[in-house]
Design a protein around this ligand. Structure first.
Ligand code: SF4
Length: 118
């Protein structure tokens, strides 16, 4: 999976935005949100080089948490053991993965539609 020229999704997405990302670990695996976002980038639905970086916004993440459970998190290989964002009672300061953060940023700014995630 590569996009944005020679940059891999780990470089343009996971390293700058994802608190779960650790260099050298699980590099061949992507969470569902990263996979969906990379597909949108490769299909040129979105150009991340022209979009202002998202700021951390817990209220915005909470607003989209239920809506993105089915299209993203329910299919995610990291949900069971690594990511608690969709836990039944998540803590207030819980942060989603970088892919979720960027996709919510794009949705909130009408740069993609929820149907683009399916
Ligand atoms: S927020 Fe967690 S469960 Fe949802 S796509 Fe990201 S890593 Fe997977």
């Amino acid at each position: 999976m590569t996009a944005m020229g020679e940059k891999t999704f780990q470089e343009y997405l996971c390293r700058p935005y994802c608190m779960f990302f650790k260099d050298g670990e699980k590099e061949e695996m992507a969470c569902r949100a990263a996979g969906v976002l990379d597909t949108l980038v490769q299909r040129k639905y979105v150009d991340l080089t022209t979009i202002p970086s998202p700021i951390k916004n817990h209220d915005l993440w909470k607003k989209y948490r239920n809506a993105l459970d089915i299209p993203l998190c329910s299919h995610c290989p990291f949900r069971a053991e690594d990511c608690d964002f969709q836990a039944e009672v998540p803590s207030d300061d819980l942060e989603p993965c970088g892919g979720f953060i960027l996709l919510v940023h794009l949705l909130a700014n009408d740069l993609i539609q929820k149907s683009d995630l399916e």
